[in-house]
Write a protein that binds this ligand. Structure first.
Ligand code: FES
Length: 314
């Protein structure tokens, strides 16, 4: 996958454990900078992390990502926070699994914590085009609201609500969903419990759709039972067994197939492969139910087979 050599030209605290990073290109430009897009940042040979972009210039020469330092994380946020201004990293071309659709329909953008990054980009995009929308930013306390100044600067007035649970309790998502205009499109990014509550409440939407992006794999998928199956590589006809303790990605790599890998958690889409035959047991967190139902592609880092064999276009 194409990458750009980019320099960290500015690093600033947004408050709490959240840092903002601006990366700039000396030459070339990023293609595909749009709300909801993310980039792979290569922090070391085996440490590639995905971060949503929240600001960029229209010539494609710089972009900003904001990263929360996760002490219990897998090391990506700690490596990001250790970067110093002036250093250079490889950054992949932006990819978007969380695009704004049907720009003219009424939108409700719900951000939880650091999930504010794609939501801020969407809000700015819609505000610039004078579209109808509302932003709800859910945080524990005002001290945690790192993106509050960003949303405030957009002058959204009554289209912006900062909801602090220490003060106002948990937002009643069931009530919110049932009072939205018919056909409202909900876009949300935030921690898993918030997204799960939102998806449960979405049954009360009147004809609308919830679009969401996780930044951690859905834990119920981690614990779903696994069994063995076979994968066949279409170009060679080679068939490999995948045991219950292996992923398709591991088996393909062990047998010399190059697969792009990012998160290895079903969150980024780097490892997407076309499926020619067989039924997929999708366990990723990025494909929509409609995309999963096509059975035409899969994330081989986490997804498995629901049939005895999958034939992959490799
Ligand atoms: S590597 Fe990220 S979805 Fe598979």
């Amino acid at each position: 996958m194409k990458t750009h050599r980019a320099k960290l030209v500015a690093k600033a605290s947004l408050g709490g454990d959240i840092m903002d990073f601006r990366f700039e290109l000396d030459r070339g430009r990023f293609i595909g900078l749009e709300p909801g897009a993310h980039v792979d940042i290569h922090l070391a040979d085996d440490l590639i992390r995905q971060y949503s972009i929240w600001d960029w210039d229209h010539n494609g020469t710089w972009l900003n990502v904001a990263v929360k330092r996760e002490r219990e994380g897998r090391g990506g946020s700690i490596a990001m926070h250790a970067l110093e201004e002036g250093c250079e990293v490889e950054i992949g071309e932006p990819r978007n699994h969380f695009p704004l659709q049907e720009i003219d329909s009424y939108k409700v953008l719900i951000a939880g914590g650091i999930g504010a990054t794609p939501i801020a980009a969407m809000a700015q995009f819609l505000a610039n085009r004078d579209r109808e929308f509302q932003v709800i930013y859910l945080v524990r306390s005002k001290a945690d609201a790192a993106f509050h100044p960003v949303f405030s600067e957009m002058n959204l007035e009554d289209r912006y609500i900062l909801h602090c649970s220490d003060d106002a309790g948990m937002l009643d998502l069931v009530h919110l969903m049932s009072t939205l205009p018919a056909g409202a499109q909900v876009y949300s990014c935030g921690p898993e419990p918030m997204l799960n509550a939102l998806l449960s409440a979405a049954i009360n939407l009147r004809g609308g759709t919830v679009h969401f992006e996780r930044f951690a794999a859905a834990s119920d998928m981690d614990h779903a039972p696994k069994s063995g199956f076979e994968v066949e590589v279409s170009s060679t006809g080679a068939v490999y067994p995948v045991t219950e303790n292996q992923t398709i990605l591991e088996v393909l790599q062990e047998n010399g197939h190059h697969i792009d890998v990012g998160c290895a958690e079903g969150l980024c889409g780097s490892c997407m492969v076309d499926v020619l035959e067989g039924e997929v047991d999708h366990r990723d967190s990025i494909l929509s139910p409609e995309e999963q139902a096509t059975n035409e592609f899969m994330c081989v880092c986490v997804s498995r087979a629901a049939s005895s064999r999958l034939v992959l276009k490799l």
